[in-house]
Design a protein around this ligand. Structure first.
Ligand SMILES: *[C@@H]1O[C@H](CO)[C@@H](O)[C@H](O)[C@H]1NC(C)=O
Ligand SMILES: *[C@@H]1O[C@H](CO)[C@@H](O)[C@H](O)[C@H]1NC(C)=O
Ligand SMILES: *[C@@H]1O[C@H](CO)[C@@H](O)[C@H](O)[C@H]1NC(C)=O
Ligand SMILES: *[C@@H]1O[C@H](CO)[C@@H](O)[C@H](O)[C@H]1NC(C)=O
Ligand SMILES: *[C@@H]1O[C@H](CO)[C@@H](O)[C@H](O)[C@H]1NC(C)=O
Ligand SMILES: *[C@@H]1O[C@H](CO)[C@@H](O)[C@H](O)[C@H]1NC(C)=O
Length: 931
């Protein structure tokens, strides 16, 4: 019988060329293996060609007739392709290859394995489309192709497989709609399509998949309204529609939804309110609908959800009062309703939520006192109520919260004395009471749990001393609003990063601060400290001399150092003199800058000075110079698109030429710059070489030179078109002024820094740009910055320069003070200009603006305002003010401001390098930077 079978198979097999004892299934497996470049030892050692059947091989199971029915190789680390030979395993029921490195197409021949029930290829690198031949897999019950790189559509053929229960196509690049034939899938239990690019409306026929339990459509581009028929899915347990473009009202809750445990509607653009029918979904445990444009009040029917453990409705437009019925959701552990327009008082019924750990109601319009019952919720760990209009005193009961970690009450109207036993039985991590009316003394045991990282008490009416137990807090990273004298225990704060003691009446010496190993920011301004500022504090790149303002008794000791400190610190008097300088640049110096630059300013076309520039460490060979032009066909297209450089296509006129927009077709849009040559042929030839050389610089934050053409009287340079224009346009020119979110500004700041750091350190020889200003920062469609206009850039390796050097260029307001007198072109001057750009980003004021009056430039203005108020809100652009309520944003803005201060230090040696700047802006784990 068996021999008969083997014979039969032999006669059908087209792969068996040599006489071998191995069965054809075995041969098929060996030919599959030949396509693998990495084969794990267990396969190597057991897949033995001398065997007669493969049934004992690793990963193989056979039926009684020795046919392979299961190929199960998950997590084998196989790298390679899945060959078409797979189609020869016609008895295969299970094909399980997940967690390997398979790439290439999924072979359509799998469709020949018609007995297949279980197909799992997830977590590989398969690409291409899902084969249509899968429609032949009429026995298939389970298919997972998740986490590959599949493209194309959700194949309608899958919906024709009658037994299919699980379809998992998530984490691919599928596009197009869900076919409406999905409704034919009467056995479907689970449909996972999340993280694709699927679009259009969710078909209403999905309501016919009556057995469906889990539906994950999140992270796609679905649009239109949710179909009413979802209410027909009586067995549904998980529903996830987050991160799509769904609109309209949400129709859920009108059918029976007893089984629903999880519902996520987040990040869509729904209209109307949260459907009150959801109260019928009595099993719901997690309901998430953040940032989904919901308005109206929170329906009281939410109180019917006795199993609800997580309610996240933040970042919507919800208004009205918090319904007291929420107190009936006895299982609630997280109640996050922040960033809405909720008003009224916090209902005392919330005190019934005995399992609540995380209460976030910040950024609303809540008033009144925090009910005593809330302070008695035993498990509370996080209380975030900042930016409301809450008032009243903190009751002694709050000190009973043994699990309390973070409490933020800043920007409210709380008053009275902070309970003095606060902290004793808790493990506080973050405490922010800034800007209230607290009085009395600081509780002495806040550092009891040793874990406090942030202690902000500024802008209150506290009195007394800094508690000496502060030394226990070995992880304190940020502190402000402390008062009294600086206790010596503060030296034990080995992890302190930010210390703000400004505007208190502190006295004595600040010597002890030199013993804290690392500061990101220190501000002791406006106190009554005495004596020399420790040298170490001045040497750190992390803070500026403005940290010490307003302490008439503080001084710098010149005799103890080489004297460079003295010159760098015009803000603080030297210890041996009585005079006090104020502010950075005097008016006379500013005038000199203005004068100097207009004298030296030279009209330069494309002054790129040197020929062999190698960036990014790619160490290219000397580049053969050719004066050949760009492609003529492209030039013709450019000329056609600009109607022979006709005026109506002009998008800008710069010092170095006129810029036209050339829209050749929808995908090829360029900016073309025309430079008149003024008849100097020799000079222009060398410029062409330089253009070519610079054309080899590639960085995502430097504008790309696409092509150029050389004509008798003029040259043309082609760049990618930047739809958002220059940073200058965006900041100052556009009308109405576009609103710029902080994350966009931050991205621009980091991008420019990356580009400059690349020029300064990754090019050989290094390049100094010398004219960094918002007009020379172009923004692409994604607001990614590109440094442009290398018209006066300069290579630092002067010795081999082939062209005469170009002297003191730049733009008033951005020129470093040292360049007012000299022609030094150094990286430090770029750093200064970069600092000015940062200040412009933060303030949205121009570098030189009549409103600055006597300070004349932005550097002086910001320093003065900061010195006088210490208030970042006085400095930032008013449209950012709202975002500053987010403490993360506030932290980033402050960080960038500090970087800007350092970049614009008067003494070039005090400025950080661009590499340092990149690091400072990027670093998230500050710990990693400790020396
Ligand atoms: C697999 O077997 C081949 C020869 O059959 C041998 O050259 C190779 O070293 C083996 N690899 C491993 C990892 O055992
Ligand atoms: C393959 O199988 C043959 C016969 O069973 C055996 O002699 C040989 O040692 C095996 N080879 C390996 C590499 O295990
Ligand atoms: C196997 O599959 C391929 C592609 O789907 C098909 O062209 C071929 O006819 C099939 N072979 C058999 C024997 O069914
Ligand atoms: C899949 O989409 C991502 C994000 O859109 C993209 O980065 C990636 O290149 C795409 N992969 C393929 C194979 O199309
Ligand atoms: C608690 O505070 C720490 C320190 O400020 C912070 O890193 C963390 O994100 C906060 N956690 C919560 C849940 O508020
Ligand atoms: C500091 O002292 C001055 C005068 O000595 C007083 O007017 C001011 O209120 C004090 N500030 C604080 C915060 O105690």
């Amino acid at each position: 019988m068996r021999q008969l079978l083997v014979l039969l198979l032999l006669s059908f097999s087209c792969f068996l060329y040599s006489a071998s004892a191995l069965s054809s299934d075995g041969e098929t497996l060996l030919s599959l293996r030949r396509r693998w470049t990495s084969v794990p030892p267990s396969i190597n050692s057991t897949w033995n060609a001398s065997h007669s059947t493969p049934c004992s091989w690793a990963g193989i199971r056979c039926d009684h007739a020795h046919n392979v029915i299961s190929l199960n190789l998950n997590d084998y680390g196989i790298i390679g392709q899945l060959g078409p030979e797979i189609g020869h395993l016609t008895h295969l029921q299970n094909l399980v290859l997940f967690n390997n490195g398979f790439s290439g197409k999924i072979p359509p021949e799998i469709g020949n394995c018609s007995l297949l029930q279980y197909l799992d290829l997830k977590n590989n690198s398969f690409s291409g489309q899902i084969p249509d031949s899968f429609k032949n897999l009429l026995n298939l019950e389970y298919i997972s192709l998740s986490t590959n790189q599949l493209t194309g559509q959700f194949p309608e053929s899958l919906t024709q497989i009658p037994q299919l229960q699980l379809v998992e196509l998530s984490y691919n690049n599928l596009t197009g709609p869900i076919p409406s034939s999905i409704g034919n899938m009467s056995e479907l239990l689970m449909l996972y399509l999340q993280f694709n690019h699927l679009s259009r409306q969710i078909p209403s026929s999905i309501g016919n998949c009556s057995k469906l339990q889990e539906l994950f459509l999140n992270q796609n581009q679905f649009e239109g309204v949710l179909p009413h028929t979802l209410n027909k899915l009586h067995n549904i347990v998980y529903l996830d529609f987050a991160d799509n473009a769904l609109r309209g009202t949400v129709p859920l809750g009108s059918g029976s939804c007893d089984n629903l445990l999880f519902l996520d509607l987040s990040n869509n653009v729904f209209s109307g309110g949260i459907p009150s029918g959801l109260g019928n979904c009595s099993g719901l445990t997690k309901f998430i609908a953040l940032n989904s444009s919901f308005s109206g009040s929170i329906p009281s029917s939410i109180g019917l959800l006795r199993n609800l453990s997580l309610l996240h409705l933040y970042q919507n437009h919800l208004s009205g009062k918090i319904p007291p019925e929420i107190g009936n959701c006895k299982s609630l552990t997280e109640l996050n309703l922040y960033s809405n327009q909720l008003e009224g008082e916090i209902p005392s019924e919330l005190g019934k939520l005995s399992k609540l750990k995380d209460l976030r109601l910040y950024l609303n319009h809540l008033t009144g006192e925090i009910p005593l019952s809330v302070w008695k919720i035993p498990k509370l760990e996080y209380i975030h109520l900042y930016n409301n209009s809450l008032s009243g005193e903190l009751p002694l009961e709050m000190t009973g919260l043994k699990h309390l970690k973070n409490i933020t009450l800043h920007n409210n109207h709380f008053s009275g004395v902070i309970p003095q036993t606060l902290g004793i039985n808790s493990s506080l991590v973050e405490l922010d009471f800034t800007n209230n009316n607290f009085s009395g003394s600081i509780p002495p045991n806040l550092c009891y749990g040793k874990k406090l990282r942030k202690l902000n008490l500024g802008r209150n009416r506290l009195q007394g001393g800094i508690p000496s137990d502060v030394g226990r807090c070995t992880t304190l990273r940020s502190a402000n609003g402390l008062i009294g004298e600086i206790p010596s225990e503060i030296r034990d704060l080995q992890n302190l990063e930010r210390l703000d003691l400004s505007r208190n009446n502190l006295t004595g010496s600040i010597q002890v601060l030199a013993q804290i190993p690392f500061f990101l920011e220190i501000n002791v301004s406006y106190n009554s400290f005495q004596g020399p500022i420790p040298k170490k504090l001045f040497e750190s790149p992390y803070y500026s001399s403005s940290s010490f303002l307003g302490n008439p008794g503080l001084c710098v000791s010149c005799s103890s150092s080489n004297g460079s400190i003295c010159t760098a610190s015009s803000y603080v008097k030297p210890c041996d003199q009585k005079s006090t300088h104020q502010k950075g640049l005097s008016k006379v110096e500013i005038a000199m800058i203005a004068l100097g630059s207009s004298i030296f300013f030279v009209f330069v076309l494309l002054g790129l000075v040197y020929m062999f520039v190698v960036c990014g460490g790619k160490s290219e060979e000397e580049i053969p110079i050719s004066v050949e032009d760009g492609t003529i066909s492209l030039l013709n297209e450019v000329m056609e698109a600009t109607e022979n450089l006709s005026d109506q296509h002009i998008i800008g006129r710069g010092a170095h030429g006129i810029v036209y927009k050339a829209a050749i077709d929808s995908t090829r849009v360029f900016a073309v710059k025309k430079i008149a040559f003024l008849g100097n042929k020799g000079k222009s030839l060398s410029m062409i070489r330089e253009i070519q050389t610079l054309g080899r610089i590639r960085h995502r934050n430097l504008v790309k030179l696409e092509d150029f053409w050389w004509r008798k009287d003029f040259g043309l340079i082609l760049y990618p078109y930047m739809p958002n224009g220059s940073l200058h346009d965006i900041l100052h020119e556009k009308n109405p002024p576009p609103s710029l979110e902080w994350n966009v500004l931050y991205k621009i700041a980091i991008g420019i820094a990356h580009g400059l750091a690349y020029l300064h350190y990754d090019c050989d020889p290094p390049i100094v740009h010398r004219d960094i200003k918002p007009k020379n920062i172009l923004l692409d469609a994604d607001m990614e910055p590109h440094i442009s206009d290398f018209g006066i850039a300069k290579l630092l390796d002067q010795s081999s320069a082939s062209a005469p050097s170009i002297s003191v260029p730049g733009t008033i307001g951005y020129i470093a003070p040292e360049n007012a007198y000299t022609t030094a072109s150094s990286r430090e001057s770029d750093v200064y200009s970069y600092g000015v750009v940062l200040l412009e980003l933060i303030t949205r004021k121009k570098a030189v603006d009549p409103s600055f009056m006597e300070e004349i430039d932005i550097v002086g203005w910001v320093r003065t305002v900061w010195g006088e108020t210490g208030d970042i809100e006085e400095i930032v652009d008013s449209s950012l003010a709202n975002e500053l309520m987010n403490s993360k944003v506030l932290e980033q803005v402050s960080k960038v401001l500090l970087v800007a201060f350092r970049c614009t230090e008067k003494d070039p040696h005090m400025r950080p390098t661009m590499r340092h700047v990149v690091k400072q802006l990027e670093v998230t784990n500050l710990q990693a930077r400790r020396r």
